[in-house]
Ligand binder design. Structure first.
Ligand code: MG
Length: 192
């Protein structure tokens, strides 16, 4: 667990599908590789659902490959501006956290720095074992797109980032978790 700077709030942010649009990047590689021309619905918990010719075994190696990281874009057009704003308020130690099953951490880090700047994040935590979960992250504020990562988490303020509308807003709120669908919502609903 990383130490925070005195007087700053620790803000932990998930990478895939919270900061960057991993779904769209995977779909783009899928279409390129298979020639698929269908309009695909990205509203799903599992990547193979929108890549019907691929299994998890086809998708997992992409997370080690620069071809995926090089085309990752911010999940929201205002995301970079808001991350910059949060940085310059000087109120937060922003920590990037991501589950990572394989060996693409360097590429992920490179893309992170390219999109959001080198010194933006106070620290990065890559959980390399899928069996680790994010429960051990205890922050002042924790933002993730996966509800399961938030439900048992002990952070003071938990924010579900649900761009693709995978969850029921009222159900999430009843769990004491803030529900947002874009990065304006992170500062507005999240009170950042
Ligand atoms: Mg995620």
């Amino acid at each position: 667990m990383t130490q925070s700077t005195k007087g700053k709030l620790k803000l932990v942010i998930d990478f895939d599908d919270t900061l960057v649009d991993t779904r769209s990047a995977i779909l783009s590689l899928y279409k390129q590789s298979t020639g698929d021309l269908e309009v695909r619905d990205l509203k799903t918990h599992y990547y193979p659902d929108f890549c019907p010719g691929w299994t998890e075994q086809d998708i997992n190696p992409l997370f080690e490959d620069a071809s995926l990281f090089n085309i990752l874009d911010p999940i929201d057009p205002v995301c970079q501006g808001i991350i910059n704003y949060l940085r310059f308020t000087n109120k937060y130690d922003m920590v990037l956290c991501s589950l990572h099953r394989v060996n693409g951490i360097r590429e992920k880090q490179k893309r992170l720095e390219f999109l959001f700047g080198k010194d933006t994040f106070h620290n990065t935590i890559f959980l390399t074992n899928i069996k680790d979960n994010k429960d051990y992250i205890v922050a002042d504020i924790f933002i993730d797109d996966n509800l399961n990562n938030l439900i048992t988490n002990k952070s003071k303020k938990r924010i579900l980032f649900d761009k693709y509308g995978l969850y029921d807003r009222d159900y999430v709120r009843a769990l004491g978790i803030i529900y947002v669908t874009n990065w304006y919502g992170v500062i507005r609903e999240g009170g950042l």
